[in-house]
Design a protein around this ligand. Sequence first.
Ligand code: MLT
Length: 409
Amino acid sequence: MNLLKVNQNFVKLPNSYLFVDIAAKVSRFSEQHPETNIIRLGIGDVTRPLPKAVVTAMKKAADEMGEAKTFRGYGPEAGYEFLRAAIAEHDFKRRGVQIDTDEIFVSDGAKSDTGNIGDIFAVDNVVAVCDPVYPVYVDTNVMAGRAGEYDENKGWSKIVYMPCLKENDFLPQLPKERVDIIYLCFPNNPSGVGISRSELKKWVDYAIYNESLILYDAAYEAFITQQDMPHSIYEIDGAKKCAIEFRSFSKTAGFTGTRCAFTVIPKDLIFNNISLNKLWDRRQSTKMNGVSYVVQRGAEAVYTEDGMREVKENIAYYLNNAKIIMDGLKSAGFEVYGGVNSPYVWLKTPNGLSSWEFFDLLLEKTGVVGTPGSGFGINGEGYFRLTSFNTKENTQIAVQRIVESFKAQ
Ligand code: MLT
């Protein structure tokens, strides 16, 4: 018996993070089948290079860092004013939403922010998540001791699951009971479905009525193609009083390896006379020193004319890949969803296969890697996610292989 005690909440977690499990499985398969050309449509990692405008801005910023006159040390923890101002202008003001720069907190990723935000909330809050769901929301609540005990058939005892089922177009229904914190992600990861303004308004109304908080992950907003879909929850009246929004440059501008994102915490978010904006500022300035100057200059360039044009082209490229996947799979008789306002295609596994059975079969037969729906939650069982983030050439080959292998069935 040691005297040092570990955080027992971590011990309750599944052995490893979903995408780490998949990577290990694929690498075992690849060792056993070195002849197979594996195509990865699993983790949502981009393949298009950074926009040229971003690279140019980062090079210039790197040069500044190499000169005594323009060198910068620690930056402001919540981000440089130049980036926060560009975000406020382009992501919000141009959509008719007023967000002040001190309501924007620049960070290294929406994954970190959605994972860390729990630090400012008490452990006895009741948390609601969609099922299926991006695993970070659940796992970080387990780490915090907010999730209770795990049951294979029911999930975590203290988490309220909101099933996202085919009969409701994979949209969650309002919880019957009052909950404190609600995680929403639209366009959705993993199902790829978007939410309309009127549907999102129901959530804002629920949160205001119940004095709940919505944690809104809008990391995929750049993929929205439908007019009636809000890019920000703050396009809905009242949302500034009940929602925190997470955004990312990862999928929008190819920053998965470069790392830059931001979280919006309106100053109107006051609970028990305490400002969430101030709490998060306190948390961030204690636990992080911000994002590098070079990267923030790169992110700022996303909002230049060239940057916006290049980003648009990249998004169109990925959406076209999504269409290739959707069309191909449909032609082979698959049931497919998402893919129109999202880089993710959500499909029903054929012949009643479980998500992991289909993962193995697909890898074996086609060398294509996807993500088992059950890895996102109990209601993801029997579904499977493919991403459109690979190259067009690889996407076409992958789809062709899937069609040839499964069409006859
Ligand atoms: C995914 O594949 O779900 C994403 O890559 C997750 C993430 O952005 O962390």
